[in-house]
Design a protein around this ligand. Structure first.
Ligand SMILES: NC(=O)c1ccc[n+]([C@@H]2O[C@H](COP(=O)([O-])OP(=O)(O)OC[C@H]3O[C@@H](n4cnc5c(N)ncnc54)[C@H](OP(=O)(O)O)[C@@H]3O)[C@@H](O)[C@H]2O)c1
Length: 276
């Protein structure tokens, strides 16, 4: 039986949806903090179990009888709290004798990382040490995290997209494509036990401006700014400008059996949905 943690979150829900297209509901379980939020899944025949990353015994109990576990990283920001939660998930999986754990890591987590990203490096190492068979699903930034309704509204109002990337590209992927990849790993047999580098198609902020223009029928130009002027996103622009996120790998396309969603299709979908 396959279990997905944090299944009431935005990514977790998409994984369960993708899994249910591949396996019967009786083969799927979820571990969630608030089971009432997963009532629809229970009605569909999915086993809904209560578990909290802050409570080891709840995790141990929830993982009973599970062969494949999708361990979705905690949204907690502080590394010590996040790592204590992750250590509990790993310990719960060990105690329940889970056969295989897939962990939602981040690109680059084979090496130590700056700031909060280091939690992924530390979690990968803790999983390796645990003796469990592990698959690291190394995610890029979600496209949704960057191309969010706030950015689109701002672009449509001002006619501009702010860019401090120095023209460098960033490789993002939609939550739905990453969820489909996780479902393929969990329900298949061929891709377990190794790191998977999941990248979409890189795009630049000029291409983003063009995509918004095409989707809205407006003229959207690029306003070049410094990373200092980019406010809370300044650190991210510095990393993009250093070329850290330009890499393209074949793993995501291979797992989902098609090209990941392009920035054009992503923007068109968000604009269409916001208008309907
Ligand atoms: N790659 C990226 O760009 C990116 C961006 C953002 C986040 N992330 C990471 O990817 C994960 C999934 O993203 P998302 O967009 O699905 O986030 P999300 O929608 O905020 O969902 C987070 C999930 O974590 C659950 N959770 C929080 N604290 C918990 C605890 N103590 N015990 C058990 N479950 C707990 C929440 O449960 P409730 O439903 O009960 O609230 C929710 O289901 C995040 O947690 C974060 O680690 C990645």
């Amino acid at each position: 039986m396959i279990l997905v943690t944090a299944a009431t979150g935005q990514y977790g829900r998409l994984v369960v949806e993708a899994l249910l297209q591949k396996v019967a509901p009786k083969e799927v379980a979820v571990a969630v903090r608030h089971p009432e939020k997963a009532r629809d899944l229970r009605e569909h025949g999915v086993s809904v179990r209560q578990a909290d990353y802050d409570d080891l015994s709840s995790l141990h109990a929830a993982f009973d009888g599970i062969t494949d576990l999708l361990f979705i990283s905690s949204p907690e920001f502080e590394i010590p709290t996040r790592m204590a939660q992750h250590e509990r998930v790993i310990e719960g999986a060990k105690r329940a004798r889970v056969r295989h754990v897939a962990y939602t890591s981040f690109l680059g987590a084979q090496n130590e990382q700056p700031g909060g990203f280091n939690a992924h490096y530390l979690t990968e190492r803790a999983l390796e040490k645990s003796g469990l068979t592990c698959t690291f699903l190394r995610h890029p930034f979600y496209t949704e995290a960057l191309v969010n309704p706030g950015l689109l509204k701002d672009a449509m109002t001002s006619g501009r997209v702010k860019d401090a990337s120095g023209g460098k590209a960033i490789n993002t992927a939609s939550r739905a494509d990453l969820a489909a990849a996780a479902a393929a790993v969990l329900a298949g047999s061929g891709e377990k036990g190794k790191p998977l580098e999941l990248t979409g198609t890189p795009w630049t902020f000029s291409q983003l401006a063009e995509a918004i223009g095409r989707a809205t029928g407006q003229t959207i130009s690029v306003e070049t700014i410094s990373s200092k002027e980019a406010g809370p996103f300044g650190w991210l622009f510095d990393l993009i400008a250093a070329g850290l996120y330009e890499r393209e790998t074949p793993d995501l396309a291979r797992l989902i059996g098609r090209q990941p969603m392009s920035i054009d299709d992503f923007v068109a979908t968000v604009v269409r949905t916001s208008r309907s």
